[in-house]
Design a protein around this ligand. Structure first.
Ligand code: SAM
Ligand code: SF4
Ligand code: SF4
Length: 371
């Protein structure tokens, strides 16, 4: 029975085993892809399961009780994740983000955080270790995550109105519990915390100003994300995307805002600050302003497949290398070939074509690959 499920899950996202080069060279800390983009950011999905059913990510009709999530044996162990992360770091990754599914559902996650917090870059620096969560279990876990060495936190929250929020998570989860999670995180010493709001026109766009008002004057950085055509199940259409420019216009109608410089290269958010000093907001325009040009992100799925773009249709099976006894040097060599061959620029293509390009039905799902 278990084996049948593994076969199905693996078939869903067929991924070739990457080639190991005959001649291995020492990683230099900078790996460039075909478009000259370095590898700096690794997002690690630690589970494909989630206790929410946000319609833009895991619609209830698809992810119902018959849906087959990955069996435990398919998942990378904490040791395997840490080993791969170290290989990525040797190639220049400085930032790790734990995600999912809902990462706080993965049992013993604090232990993994502790292991990753122990990694160092080639010049001896600790990594920027962060996590994205729906916040439902944060009140319980914030302190232990902090104690384990997590540096930063992003919480997803799509509305401040309880009725709208319960409808969006589609499991009737109350907004008060997520807000309690954010408070607990603050008390545990995380700060500034980022809060991500996916804006769906006609669903929660009337919550934009209320969300801004709620977090204004706190150390929370609220970021508005354009609803994306990721995966194959959310029924995305352009009409439901509210461009960031419209979000900005709405906010500017309420408060004067001034632009801020990006804090790092490859930063996805355009940053603005309230002119009266009440804090900062961000706009992530994944649809209307593609940021492929500087994209330095790779994603590792729950079962150890590497994806070089959020919109990829196939991955590269690193778990197969791990489990066939390949050395770190061999895995590093395989990774350098995969990255050198990377030419992804999906969002730029979408912008050129004005719609979601073909091949959508084969695209990898967000809860599996991580956001
Ligand atoms: N469950 C965690 C959470 O919701 O924060 C982590 C995983 S979730 C896939 C990561 C991020 O992706 C969340 O901020 C979520 O809002 C965002 N996301 C998921 N589907 C999206 C879509 N279709 N468009 C834009 N953002 C999306
Ligand atoms: Fe779960 Fe996060 Fe996807 Fe919502 S966005 S269904 S919380 S994985
Ligand atoms: Fe990066 Fe792909 Fe997104 Fe472009 S579409 S920014 S290459 S993940």
């Amino acid at each position: 029975m278990g084996e049948t499920i593994i076969a199905l899950a693996d078939l869903r996202y067929a991924a070739p085993v990457p080639q190991v080069p005959d001649r291995l060279t020492e990683p230099t800390g900078t790996l460039l892809d075909r478009r000259g983009r370095p590898l700096r950011d690794l997002r690690i999905s630690v589970t494909d399961r989630c206790n929410f059913r946000c319609s833009y990510c895991m619609p209830k009709e698809v992810f119902d009780r018959d849906y087959r999530f990955l069996p435990h044996s398919s998942l990378l162990s904490f040791e395997e994740i840490t080993r791969l992360a170290q290989v990525f770091v040797s190639h220049g990754v400085t930032k790790l983000r734990l995600t999912g599914g809902e990462p706080l559902l993965r049992k013993g996650l604090e232990q993994l955080v502790g292991m990753l917090a122990g990694l160092r870059t080639a010049d001896g620096k600790p990594l920027d270790l962060t996590l994205t969560t729906n916040g439902s279990l944060l009140a319980r876990k914030a302190q232990s995550l902090r104690d384990a060495g997590l540096s930063r936190l992003t919480v997803s929250l799509d509305a401040i109105d309880d009725t709208v929020f319960r409808r969006m998570n589609d499991v009737d989860f109350p907004v008060a519990d997520v807000l309690a999670g954010i408070d607990a995180a603050r008390q545990a010493g995380f700060g500034p915390i980022k809060v991500n709001m996916v804006v769906k026109r006609g669903t929660n766009d009337h919550e934009i100003v209320a969300m801004a008002r709620h977090f204004r004057g706190t150390d929370v950085v609220l970021r508005f994300i354009e609803y994306m055509d990721v995966g194959a199940t959310n029924g995305w259409c352009m009409d439901e995307v509210l461009p960031s420019a419209s979000v900005l216009a709405l906010l500017r109608g309420q408060w004067p805002l001034l632009p801020l410089e990006p804090s790092t290269t490859g930063e996805t958010a355009e940053r603005w600050r309230y002119a009266d000093g009440a804090g900062e907001i961000g706009l992530i325009s994944s649809v209307t302003q593609a940021f492929c040009r500087d994209c330095n992100r790779a994603r590792l799925s729950t079962e150890g497949k590497l994806f070089t773009c959020l919109f990829a249709t196939r991955g590269h099976d690193l778990r197969a290398l791990l489990r066939s006894g390949r050395s770190d040097a061999e895995i590093a060599g395989a990774l350098s070939l995969v990255w050198a061959d990377r030419g992804d620029r999906y969002s730029e293509m979408r912008a050129l074509q004005g719609e979601s390009p073909a091949g959508r039905q084969h695209r990898v799902e967000m809860h599996y690959i991580g956001g």
